[in-house]
Ligand binder design. Sequence first.
Ligand SMILES: Nc1ncnc2c1ncn2[C@@H]1O[C@H](COP(=O)(O)OP(=O)(O)OP(=O)(O)O)[C@@H](O)[C@H]1O
Length: 237
Amino acid sequence: MANIVQFENVGLRYGQGTETLVDVSFSLSEGGFYFLTGPSGAGKTSLLKLLYLAQRPSRGLIRLFGEDVVTLSRNRLPGFRRRIGVVFQDFRLVPYLSAFDNVALPLRVAGVEERDLVTPVEEMLAWVGLSERSGARPATLSGGEQQRVAIARAVIGRPEILVADEPTGNVDPEMAGRLLYLFDALHKLGTTIVVATHDVHLLSRVSSAEMMRLDRGRLSDPTGALRYPPRGPVAAS
Ligand SMILES: Nc1ncnc2c1ncn2[C@@H]1O[C@H](COP(=O)(O)OP(=O)(O)OP(=O)(O)O)[C@@H](O)[C@H]1O
């Protein structure tokens, strides 16, 4: 499998302080499933931000889809960002938009015609089990329902990489199981999945996942992702 992500000696420094990420080097294979773990403050969110192009590194090389993205011109960034879906821990749904319109947002931003987006949005809402809640605003949805809207929005544009930051932080174990089921379904379709999590239960449930561990800004295995011991297949709850 080709490398879809490559970091070489990446450093990230916010302001004048010490580096938050130090000499981070790893590569991710296309179609892989990766967990990023490490204690609070280790730099997981910072690493993900580099990956989904919300932040540029202070030094080092980052290649996405085979291209150097550190020196990428501003006008090419949106095209790259569209290839990466992001599920934020706090969902970041637009509060005044319905579930339908939140999921439709990336397609509208990409210029998809209204008549062409109804079917994919409805299919995506059905996939996450929210067909009945299509017209509901985020504030009237449960935390788990909001999260499923966030996932539907992240994957509606068929991203090649899906990044999720602490996706089980706000949901109960049953919801975490459903979430993993959705991620696994996407993984089976060929999407590369990267999930930052503290949730040891989650880590034990994807037998094919590889694990990366950050500690004080350094990857504990600088040569790349470590294979996580298989513990049986993903179970849908
Ligand atoms: N925008 C920022 N400006 C300055 N410092 C920041 C910024 N974002 C993060 N940091 C600092 O970088 C370090 C790593 O933070 P980061 O959020 O990446 O860690 P994390 O591993 O995701 O933590 P958690 O598990 O608690 O979410 C922390 O010391 C944090 O205070």
